[in-house]
Design a binder for this molecule. Structure first.
Ligand code: RP5
Length: 191
């Protein structure tokens, strides 16, 4: 999010029927969940973004979960903070995979959100990412979709290579040419 951008403004995203839903309990979660939206947009995967609260709009949340699969959604990314029931309650209403994002609030540094989301009872799974880990939630959703989408799978392979290149570039800057290509240290160069 840029400083000039209103907090609730999102781009249009990829065209087509949404296959991933990014859902949050409040727009106060958007600063975190925006990361998931941006990853989905980068990979050109149509998404929808909703505010649905397990506590404030429980009926809307239940209806959304019950209709999600029939509407063509394939994965739900759900983020919430505090007593974060949204991901688990959505997982109780649908057999679609739900990826939970614990959002850190002012108190407890997100530990409350993490435990609320990760400690699901037997039979109702939520794949939980790190506190504020919205980008990884979207990447996990993409990995699910990629199991039946070769072009998306190739795009994720390229993304991993990009990450590796970035790490190697960091290594090269740090070691200033004193390691060999296979990771060994060149005895002739002193950093
Ligand atoms: C949760 O309550 C939301 O997911 C949010 O993280 C938290 C606080 O919401 P607001 O009071 O900021 O709307 O349901």
């Amino acid at each position: 999010m840029t400083a000039a951008e209103p907090p609730e403004r999102l781009g249009p995203g990829a065209q087509g029927a949404p296959v991933v839903a990014v859902v949050m309990g409040s727009t106060s979660d958007l600063a975190v969940l925006r990361g998931a939206v941006e990853v989905l947009d980068r990979f050109g995967v149509p998404r929808e973004v909703r505010v649905l609260s397990a506590h404030r709009t429980p009926g809307d949340m239940l209806a959304f979960g019950e209709q999600a699969a029939a509407r063509g959604l394939k994965v739900i990314v759900a983020g919430a903070g505090g007593a974060a029931h949204l991901p688990g309650m959505l997982a109780a209403t649908t057999s679609l995979p739900v990826v939970g994002v614990p959002v850190a609030l002012a108190n407890l540094s997100g530990l409350d959100s993490l435990l609320s989301i990760v400690q699901m009872p037997r039979g109702v799974p939520v794949a939980t990412v790190a506190v504020n880990g919205a980008e990884n939630a979207a990447l996990l959703a993409l990995r699910v979709l990629a199991t039946s989408d070769p072009s998306l799978s190739a795009a994720l392979d390229s993304y991993r290579l990009e990450l590796a290149q970035g790490a190697r570039a960091q290594d090269a800057r740090l070691t200033d040419g004193c390691v060999t290509n296979d990771g060994g240290r060149r005895p002739d160069v002193v950093p």
